[in-house]
Design a protein around this ligand. Structure first.
Ligand code: CMC
Length: 426
């Protein structure tokens, strides 16, 4: 086994160190390659590039494995709680009982928003997409919590991380209530993270939300499933934004903006819209033919990393069945989804390309059954992913070798030429 790769260009050879992780593919270290060879490496969508070193999340896409700090996602979803997973991602270890009590207290006592923050929402149109509200509102947090913006102070970094995890449900619930034309609901300290969020979303002045352990557990599990996912587009956005020294509220707002895209977190809304468009099982063959004719993609299917079942999708599918069964809901779209999955998984187009359902395929039906409109789906993803983003941001900041991220390019534009006055052009 060699610990270096050799790359030859013309009559010159360059030795490139090979670095080993604790598991997963080795990487070829090209950091000095440009300086030594005057060549860049070219990998526009990062299909072969490790952009950072990390100890947080590991994915084996061929085997369908997802580990957070070494723990399989299935075990965390079954046995842990979202706040415990937050502690795990942020601090590296599952908390002891004392550590958890302290962490939970810290998060709980940061859930309130500055009273003036509420008026910020009024600036949005009532029909604004809640993701538009989220992007603006989270960025605006920096204007209210200026006392934790010094990124060089570890204590301030920690306070900002706790504030983001704690205030995200409050902001998300306000974005929802605002879109419904209902007054905001203040968080209650005696409730759990997920219970508090559901109450803030569904309580109205005329009627309090009635706690429902099935829904609370499902919400918590859905948050766990979305908590982190290695160096995906939004996380890479957060890291790149943070590499300039930007404060976390700005970085997480950038992450939310990136997440909104339909290839990423926006796929959960689009997957449900697709199922609505298909409507009935009879329409599936024609729809699948349209996918194969490349008119559109099958939303909630496929993944850059997973070339096998997305392990999150398996848990999400189970949660979906449980929620619908326990709530006594017979959603015809579940039948469409199940049949669509069956058809796709037995079609050579999807088999050859290793396209499997991802987390977004069943999340929409579940969230709809829980009472959320589809515009809220990506908001819930953002809420849960905040801990992943801030953990990755923190890890980057704690790395003494941190440098500003600055990719280069393969330039194919005009070479140098002289300016031509307007009367001499054409
Ligand atoms: N429907 C139909 N064909 C697909 C799909 C799909 N959902 N996904 C990939 N393909 C095809 C693609 O056209 C290509 O075919 P060919 O080689 O013949 O040109 C092949 O499969 C490989 O796809 P790719 O575009 O190279 O894959 P990618 O890694 O660049 O894209 C993806 C990954 C997730 C953006 C893509 O699978 C997709 O657009 N899926 C639908 C959107 C979706 O569900 N996104 C949520 C991802 S999971 C949540 C998250 O973490 O954000």
């Amino acid at each position: 086994m060699t610990d270096k790769a050799t790359l030859t260009i013309g009559d010159k050879s360059y030795d490139l160190p090979i670095l080993k992780g604790s598991t997963g593919p080795d990487v070829v270290d090209v950091r000095k390659f440009y300086g030594d060879s005057d060549h860049f490496t070219f990998d526009p969508a990062f299909t072969s590039t490790a952009s950072c070193e990390s100890k947080i999340t590991y994915i084996d896409g061929d085997a369908g494995i997802l580990l957070h700090r070494g723990y399989p996602i299935g075990q965390l979803a079954e046995e842990s709680s979202f706040l415990e997973v937050c502690h795990l991602l942020l601090n590296g270890e599952l908390p002891t009982a004392d550590e958890f009590a302290k962490f939970e207290h810290n998060i709980t006592y940061h859930t309130m928003l500055h009273a003036q923050f509420d008026s910020f929402f009024q600036g949005f149109r009532r029909d604004a997409h809640p993701m538009a509200v989220m992007t603006g509102a989270v960025g605006a947090l920096s204007a209210f919590y200026a006392d934790s913006l010094n990124v060089d102070d570890p204590k301030q970094r920690e306070i900002s991380a706790h504030r983001l995890i704690a205030k995200m449900p409050t902001i998300a619930a306000r974005a929802f209530q605002y879109s419904q034309g209902r007054p905001f609901v203040t968080p209650r300290n005696e409730l759990s993270y997920s219970e508090n969020f559901l109450r803030m979303c569904f309580s109205v002045p005329a009627e309090d939300w009635v706690p429902n352990p099935i829904l609370t557990r499902a919400m918590d599990r859905i948050f766990i499933l979305h908590a982190d996912h290695e160096q995906n587009a939004s996380t890479s956005t957060v890291r790149l934004a943070g590499s300039s020294g930007a404060h976390p509220f700005a970085c997480i707002a950038a992450g939310i903006a990136c997440l909104w895209g339909p290839s990423h977190g926006g796929a959960n809304q689009e997957a449900l819209e697709m199922l609505e468009e298909i409507g009935t099982v009879e329409n599936i063959p024609a729809y699948v033919q349209g996918v194969k004719d490349r008119k559109y993609k099958l939303m909630g299917f496929g993944h850059r990393v997973y070339k096998n079942f997305d392990p999150r999708a398996k848990v999400m599918q189970k949660t979906c069945y449980e929620v619908l069964e326990q709530l006594g809901i017979n959603d015809p779209l579940l039948h469409v989804a199940m049949e669509l999955e069956k058809v796709a998984l037995s079609d050579p187009y999807f088999i050859d390309r290793k396209l499997y359902p991802n987390i977004d395929f069943y999340s929409g039906i579940t969230l709809r059954a829980m009472g959320f409109p589809k515009e809220m789906f990506t908001v819930l993803f953002a809420l849960a992913r905040t801990v992943g983003w801030i953990s990755q941001w923190k890890e980057m900041f704690e790395d003494p070798s941190r440098k500003i991220g600055r990719p280069r390019q393969l330039y194919t534009g005009a070479t140098q030429r002289d300016y031509v006055p307007v009367d001499k052009r054409g």
